[in-house]
Design a protein around this ligand. Structure first.
Ligand code: IMP
Length: 178
């Protein structure tokens, strides 16, 4: 059985991801020592990154989930829709939002405004990937896995029309092979 995936190249291998996720978890564990941060997974893209990250944390933490949507194919609509909100009150809590990728930054700024208004003790962003060249609004994640070029990528949670999230690596999408 052969399974063809539409990638031009593997951009970040499974091994590189595992190594970097462990480093990020170590950094967060050090920064939040003695605290119990709430980690918020932004569905669906951050799901794989989130579960690997939390497995490697060496501190107590709480978990919650939000679901947002803004993309159709390889284009952002620029409009963020909140499909699922977190369950608990975050007032006075240390919150870390875990995203798959920061691209235009519109989703991040939306989340910063929405969650910031709920008066957490602190609010930081952790993203696996960053495409700084495509930024339309200012946001700088404190924790960053990899900075990448302005190319559409799939795998390790990231999709093209809801496919390829299950790939264990991040690859550059090849529209001609889909
Ligand atoms: P932003 O609001 O433009 O920063 O985009 C955030 C969301 O767009 C991410 O959470 C992804 O769901 C999606 N996105 C942006 N770039 C890519 C990509 O290269 N591949 C897959 N999804 C992407």
């Amino acid at each position: 059985m052969s399974y063809q995936v539409p990638v031009k190249k593997v951009l970040i291998s499974e091994e590189e991801i595992n190594k970097r996720v462990k480093e990020l978890a170590k950094q967060i564990s050090t920064d939040y020592a003695g605290k119990t941060p709430l980690l918020v997974c932004i569905l669906r893209g951050a799901s794989l990154f989130f579960s690997d990250l939390i497995k490697n944390l060496k501190i107590d933490c709480n978990l919650d989930f939000m679901c947002l949507s803004s993309y159709q194919g390889t284009n952002s609509s620029g409009k963020v829709r909140l499909l699922l909100d977190i369950r608990d009150d975050i007032r006075d809590k240390d919150v870390i939002v875990v995203e798959d990728i920061v691209d235009t930054g519109i989703t991040g700024v939306y989340l910063r405004d929405l969650l910031g208004a709920r008066k957490p003790a602190s609010l930081e962003f952790c993203t696996l990937l960053d495409k700084p060249q495509n930024r339309k609004v200012e946001i700088t994640p404190k924790y960053l896995g990899f900075s990448i070029e302005n190319e559409f990528v799939i795998g390790y949670g990231l999709d093209y029309n809801e496919l390829y999230r299950n790939l264990p690596f991040v690859g550059v999408f090849d529209e001609t092979k889909k």
